[in-house]
Design a protein around this ligand. Structure first.
Ligand code: SF4
Length: 299
């Protein structure tokens, strides 16, 4: 019998469950998809002590930022480190935590944080040549299904002030105040005479009966006309202070995971159910912390 069954969730959507450990989830890893838990830890940058840790049967860690922030604050208060830890420290986190909801909460809580977005390297001139020496991936297969031109393939010509489609034709402005969800922008249309016989039509227009391509250029930095919280974070992140603070993150938290995995041999969780797996994760983190206390406790 297949261990994974489709069930109907509370909102009528099918959810994946596992009959052996229903609290675990499918995780996409470098070694393929595995059934398991996501171990999250918050670490201090002075001695790399784990200040908070928990496992989640959920591959999407971004939704757990509020629990992490609350957990860190509570642990620091109970350990009498600080009653208001976020007034004394700066938080860094990787791009997995960068979304509008999280950035809004950080802003509302007045926390000083530098959280990378998934394009932060592209904006950094130091990464201009990144990938040049990367090994070619063997066994790479193209994605299944058709790839259509996205809004990024339509570029704005500064000289003519027109949006140019991938076939090189100018488009006409259809709506100056186009709105898609909470984002605003401008929508453009291709000319029917150009789209009709275009050689790129099959890559541009999905439906046979559609006469011309429409594309919207949204201003993703603004939500309902105001600067979004993600845009605000990007602005703060793209300062020399932000980049410098964030650059230390890798040397702070990654060695902790390296130690847990390489030295303490936590290659995989050996138990089932969130409670037991969480205890195993915490036990390893405690052992990691004991080593830190033994080495640096008197400093
Ligand atoms: S289908 Fe129309 S919009 Fe698309 S590339 Fe061709 S001419 Fe341009």
């Amino acid at each position: 019998m297949d261990e994974n069954e489709d069930k109907i969730g509370t909102q009528g959507k099918p959810i994946k469950s596992n009959i052996i450990d229903n609290e675990s989830a499918k995780m996409s890893t470098g070694h393929g998809v595995i059934q398991g838990y996501n171990g999250i830890a918050a670490v201090d940058d002075k001695n790399q002590v784990v200040v908070w840790a928990e496992v989640f049967g959920d591959s999407n860690e971004s939704s757990h930022l509020p629990e992490i922030l609350e957990g860190v604050e509570k642990n620091c208060r109970e350990a009498e480190v600080s009653d208001a830890i976020y007034e004394e420290v700066v938080i860094t986190a990787d791009s997995g935590f960068h979304n509008e909801k999280n950035m809004k909460q950080i802003d509302a809580d007045g926390i000083t944080a530098f959280i990378a977005d998934n394009k932060f390297r592209k904006r950094d001139v130091r990464f201009k040549d990144a990938g040049r020496y990367k090994k070619k991936v063997v066994n790479w297969k193209p994605k299944k299904g058709k790839n259509y031109f996205t809004a990024d393939d339509f570029v704005f010509n500064e000289l003519t002030g027109k949006l140019i489609c991938p076939a090189g034709f100018p488009m006409w402005m259809k709506c100056k105040n186009f709105q898609a969800g909470k984002y605003k922008g401008i929508s453009y249309m291709g000319h029917i005479k150009n789209c009709k016989n275009c050689t790129l039509r099959s890559k541009c227009i999905r439906k046979k009966n559609t006469k011309a391509r429409q594309v919207a250029k949204l201003d993703l930095t603004k939500l309902e006309g105001k600067e979004s919280f993600t845009a605000k974070m990007i602005r703060r992140f793209d300062t020399s202070e932000g980049r410098s603070i964030y650059s230390k993150r890798m040397g702070t938290v990654e060695p902790v995971f390296g130690h847990l995995r390489g030295t303490l041999h936590l290659d995989r969780f050996t138990l089932r159910s969130k409670k037991k797996v969480n205890n195993q994760w915490l036990l390893y983190c405690i052992v990691h912390n004991i080593v830190k206390i033994q080495r640096y406790g008197t400093l």
